[in-house]
Write a protein that binds this ligand. Sequence first.
Ligand code: GDP
Length: 458
Amino acid sequence: MTEDTIAAIATPLGEGGIAVIRISGPRAVDIAESVFRSKVKLTKAESHTVHYGHVVSPATGERIEEALATVMRAPRSYTAEDVVEVSCHGGIVSVKKVLDAILDRGARLAEPGEFTKRAFLNGRIDLAQAEAVIDLIRSKSDRAFTIALKQAEGVLSRRVKALRHVLIETMAHIEVNIDYPEHDVEELTNAFIREKCEAALEEIETMLRTAEEGKLLREGIETAIVGKPNVGKSSLLNALAQDNRAIVTDIPGTTRDVIEEYVTVGGIPLKLLDTAGIRETSDVVERIGVERSRSAIASADLILFVVNGHEELSEEENALMDELAGRQTIVIVNKMDLEPKIDWNALYERVPEERVVRLSAREGEGLDRLGKAIGALFFSGSIESSDITYVSNVRHIHLLKQAKGALLEALDGVAAQMPIDMVQIDVRRAWEQLGEMIGDAVSDSLIDQIFSQFCLGK
Ligand code: GDP
């Protein structure tokens, strides 16, 4: 695999300040040296140094580009091989010329993802880390980027490895018992297996839960803002959209609605449903009441039920509150800048206190409390906490679910006093599935499929 030396353009094609051509493999420095003239010969250059010079045509020796060459020697490089990165002017013609010169000297054009694949095959990163590199490149939000970065650094891999360690211990224990099957040992072994499998199961379940939470953080919680006319729904919408407002110009039409569909509260993204409906209802007060919100309510993950704290709750509002009892609902008591007239006792009889948030949409006061209340409803830990690993990759989620299934079977087996070597098979299966997450014993075709999702030059 690492016998040949590969090269590719690592930056997007097009006009730009600079473009980078990356070369990796045993002959990377030799090949770069043969097309590059600089004060210090690249073959003599120390690792991690940058050299100014000119790229020359292999055929005629004439200068074709002015460039900087960075030398990074194995194993301290992205691929863990010798790497040279040539930075030249960012034009389509210039990069093409430099790349051609390098290919002329015997480098092979890299396939998409081949640099990262080499990092994996050379053992510098595992599969979960390599996959995180794709997520890093593709991430569209700060939060998604942070999750991917942690995974690329190996946070997820370490957790999976710790889990596998528990399972391998269990398997070793079972092995001993299979070899020396004495009755009293068997009892002890069963207790041991049960304890270990339960611990592993709990850890997997935690990881799967964060997967759900990770999805909410990436895609936003689908949220309906409901309430009767004039309670302050549009005002709340405006207050929530304040941050986004900065980038919204006065373009007429729908632009504003589209942008205001997403807001974040205390770092939690909300995807607001039927924002147009909310704006309409405030214009046509009489026409539409709570009914308007029915369809939004039906599909929402979170319902923000706005009431006016400056007046008594109506029959209609009380009825809707009862109806929403089983749903993820937060009652927002708005207009708290005015004198409260709401009957708090009656409210708290219907809704638990932690689901009631007092705020003033007009003053923009109390939004932080709203963020906290939503966080408590949807997230097990603090979402700012840095040691949460969010499993976000579909392949990983699938493997975790399979490992969970295998462990449940192992536990069933123990409970039913199945022969211990049968239980062993289930534990091994869980161990193998977790191994696939980090690329232990995965097939070549899976590896190819994963790396083909990369862009050229990565
Ligand atoms: P909607 O019909 O539920 O969308 O309600 P609006 O957001 O249009 O607000 C109705 C009226 O209540 C407007 O006159 C707002 O200025 C006022 N309002 C909204 N929120 C507050 C608040 O927090 N305090 C006070 N004092 N007035 C508010």
